[in-house]
Design a protein around this ligand. Sequence first.
Ligand code: HEM
Length: 467
Amino acid sequence: KLLRVGSREAEKITRRLPPGRRGWPLIGDSLNWYNAVASSHPSQFVEEMGKRYGRIFSCSLFGKWAVVSADPNFNRFVMQNEGKLFQSSYPKSFRDLVGKNGVITVQGEQQRKLHGIASNMMSLEKLKFLFLNDIQMVMLQTLSNFGDNQVISLQNVCRKVAINLMVNQLLGVSNEAEINEMAQLFSDFVDGCLSVPINLPGSAYHIAMKAREKIISKINKIIAMHRQQGAPRISNGVLGRLLEEDSLPDEAVADFIINLLFAGNETTSKTMLFAIYFLTRCPKATKQLLEEHDALRSSSGEEMLTWQDYKAMPFTQCVIDETLRLGGIAIWLMREAKEDVKYQDYVIPKGCFVVPFLSAVHLDENVFKGAVNFNPWRWMDPENEIKGKRNWRTSALYAPFGGGARFCPGAELARLQIALFLHYFVTTYRWTQVKEDRMSFFPSARLVNGFEIRLSRRQEEDMKQKI
Ligand code: HEM
């Protein structure tokens, strides 16, 4: 139970909280928080408070006391102490939707077990031998058929790409018609997770709850078929492998899959989108990226890229790192103190909401020079390598995939998907933006106008230039 502002218990212990303020009665700083995340600069509120009170400060958010941090060491301390001093904390409505038995919502021993299974399902070996070709097949299905001069909302296209990837990789479905059928359910589900949680008929939350039931029933049918046949029927997809390896009791399988769907869908789709958004504003980077990918095409001569090709994309990796830094989708984490936690001179009381604000560190001018600019070359600077800043698994200064016991098990998979998306997109099309746009992080990361672009197919464009 989180600590309620104004309760006697809270009054007693808030004296030793990090400095801060209580803000307006009831709403506290919730509106300032909302205004910042709805803008293109989500860490604005945290920066302003930081100037006044320091990088770790307290405030009242949504009726609860919260300790918010833009301090890399404190953020790391919180992540490293997951399950011991802190634990993740989500509203009940969200837990009901993603499922009570999935890795995101469970704690302690159960979380570690499910996290281990998720990491195993998305290990480098599996990416190399199982995911690499499937991802490319989905890219070819979803990206290759736009006509010359066609105007698209790239936000919608990236969403479709990510949803289709999820259907294919989680359920092992590769038939296009079957993918499309499940994609609608997945899409309804993800929409509801990101919506205001009001369970009235017709609301996004309500539709998502229904989609959840249908997804579970589909998963259970697949499980039943698998058990009946007694032999592995599905060799592809996380679901098939879970059943073959008997990693989980049947009743825990659906929530496990749904958790991966929630955690992996929006994050990957918006990183793809933001990468192209940033590249559009930086032609020099687009040119360098294209050269890297054209070289891969001509050297392999194959339609599909190989693992060696993937490993030969150093600039693409910089573009991905820079996109995650500047447009990081998981901009903050949600935790609560499990007990009174002493940190430096402060005491963070049991039940207090704790928010490691990752993107405030990523946008800190003292950590990244020219922090608000898209500069993929910064990651080639030996300084960033030497200081270990770039190591997204361990760095306190750059943690787009979190850290500690809840470190993103899908990080390598996400990077592979984004790199392959960039490959197929930039080698197939040229594009021009047709409508102004800007980032917002409310209700979730997005471009407010969907990023409308006009495409021209590269071969045709190149031919015209030759004539
Ligand atoms: C660019 C894409 C992605 C980003 C930026 C991202 C970021 C993150 C972050 C920051 C966390 C930690 C959350 C916390 O500590 O509370 C996390 C956890 C998680 N991610 Fe990702 N993620 C991405 C893609 C994926 C993909 C593709 C999958 C799987 C299909 C995935 C599955 C998960 C799961 C299951 C967790 C929960 C782990 C746990 O609680 O033990 N993520 N992700």
